[in-house]
Ligand binder design. Structure first.
Ligand code: GLN
Length: 499
């Protein structure tokens, strides 16, 4: 029996019934990851020994009649933004090359306790800044649908691992779209939970008021099952929600169309989208209408300024968060020529350790926060953030969820936008509002674009703390497509072994 191509929930059922062992499943995915990583470069680090030891522990517990979670024994890939005590953690940066953290991120601890063997750490844009993984200090990941194209970013290691079946489950982080955008362009499912639903303890911070950890998977049910494993209050994270948001898997299993009201954002449904992406989005809307769902247009005028506000708030927070990489506490230390004063060692280390995009954002952020400019830039951006929250509150008073295309285009070619930061930033146009408002968003595959045959996604946004509503609608949309295709879109991804 091969386990490749099965969803995580199918694998969990096989393991729970004793029809497969975690060690068999983990070994097959590990072998495939090791054999194909040179093609997709999904992983920065793979560790057979720790993965297999975790799988054995899962099997031993099963044999003793114990089940630690609904995903007991199913292996997972973890974005290198999360600290792990048994694997180096780099956040895609040279400044942290070889750094071994002293503690596990809360999400990592929860994965271990739920008995999900960790296959390895996935590639990402440096410090999660980017939309393509081309800003990774270790080189770009490739999109399994077309190895000359980007798998999205910053979590392109995780999305390419899912689309290439180098892992049945993955973890990402989403500050402006880094889970949802990579999911859309690889035909995977990616969910950003409500801000605070999942602990950020041990997640290397990019912009603390925007960052959230979440699932990247084959199906909506898999994402829901994984969110159920990683969510929950954490006293180590002061922004962690005190309450539970309930079972996302239940929301998926009970999903029905009854009384559903869906909004289309006027500002995110017409201009600026690739023709094929727009067509697929219109098809999704038509499918919902055919089910008797009421679909209305809502107006979110402040969305026009979302990208501009984000690219002030994010660099401001990032410049402060990255100040700790100073050659003293973590990772790299570069000695300057001449007198090695502390300032000169720090300068030489940061000059050598940070890539161009990280430097660009540190400079932008410190400028935006400097006295005399604070009100004009950072202060104005914060006001826009409030206006976006108000637009969303008004929209959600009329509808249950909003839908938009997740990304303006399908996967672009490696090299196409790497030297054009503004073009790169515009990929986030539809995903950023959710981070600015702290609301949950999921990307669900909705077909292959007519121009290039590449995957596209539809994004479902729900009010804060209504992640269950987001999963419900995500699952309903997925059901409509699976009914048409006979399988999730990911099943159509090319088999890398025969490429
Ligand atoms: N593309 C966005 C950025 O570069 C997304 C980042 C993210 O979500 N981590 O900031």
């Amino acid at each position: 029996m091969t386990f490749i191509g099965k969803s995580a929930s199918e694998l969990a059922d096989l393991i729970a019934k004793g029809d497969a062992s975690s060690q068999e499943v983990t070994k097959e995915f590990f072998d495939r990851a090791e054999a194909l990583n040179h093609k997709t470069f999904s992983y920065l680090h793979l560790n057979r020994h720790t993965a297999m030891a975790a799988a054995k522990l899962a099997d031993d517990e099963r044999a003793a009649g114990k089940s630690a979670s609904a995903l007991h024994g199913v292996p997972i890939a973890v974005k290198d933004v999360l600290t792990t005590t048994d694997a180096p953690t780099t956040s895609g940066s040279k400044i942290l090359e070889g750094w071994m953290p002293q503690y596990d991120a809360t999400v990592v601890r929860k994965l271990r306790e739920a008995r999900l063997p960790i296959l390895g750490k996935t590639n990402m844009d440096e410090f999660a800044m980017g939309s393509s993984t081309e800003y990774s200090a270790y080189g770009p990941s490739k999109n399994p649908w077309d190895l000359e194209r980007i798998p999205g970013g910053s979590g392109g290691g995780s999305s390419s691992a899912i689309a290439g079946h180098l892992a049945p489950l993955a973890i990402g982080s989403d500050t402006g779209g880094s889970i949802r955008f990579p999911a859309a362009v690889t035909g995977s499912v990616g969910a950003k939970p409500t801000y605070g639903a999942v602990s950020r303890y041990g997640a290397i911070a990019l912009a603390s008021s925007l960052d959230q950890i979440g699932p990247v998977t084959n199906t909506v049910l898999d994402a829901a099952l994984l969110q159920d494993v990683i969510a929950g209050h954490d006293p180590h994270d002061s922004t962690s929600l005190p309450e539970s948001l309930g079972s996302m898997a239940d929301a998926v299993r009970k999903a029905d169309f009854k009384g559903l009201k869906v909004g289309i954002v006027k500002q995110l449904s017409k201009d600026g989208f690739q023709e094929g992406v727009k067509e697929l989005f219109e098809d999704t809307v038509a499918k919902l209408v055919a089910q008797g769902v009421e679909v209305v247009e809502v107006d979110c005028p402040s969305f026009e300024y979302a990208v501009a506000a984000y690219y002030l708030i994010l660099p401001a927070e990032a410049s402060s968060n990255l100040a700790k990489f100073d050659s003293v506490r973590f990772g790299l230390r570069v000695m300057p020529e001449g007198n090695p004063t502390i300032e000169r060692v720090m300068a030489a280390t940061r000059e050598a350790g940070f890539g161009p995009e990280v430097k660009r954002r540190i400079i932008l952020g410190t400028y935006a926060l400097s006295s005399g400019y604070y009100d004009a830039y950072y202060g104005s951006a914060q006001k826009v953030r409030t206006l976006i929250q108000q637009d969303l509150a008004k929209a959600f008073s009329q509808v249950d969820v909003l839908i938009t295309p997740t990304a303006p285009t399908t996967a672009f070619k490696i090299g196409e936008k790497v030297n054009d930061p503004l073009a790169m930033y515009l990929n986030d146009i539809a995903t950023i509002p959710a981070n600015l408002a702290g609301i949950p968003g999921i990307s669900v595959p909705n077909g292959l674009a007519k121009e290039d045959g590449l995957p596209s996604g539809v994004q479902v946004l729900a009010p804060a703390k209504q992640d269950a509503q987001m999963y419900r609608v995500g699952a309903l949309i997925e059901q409509l497509y699976v009914a048409e295709w006979g399988a999730p879109l990911i099943a159509k991804a090319p088999n890398l072994e025969v490429l």
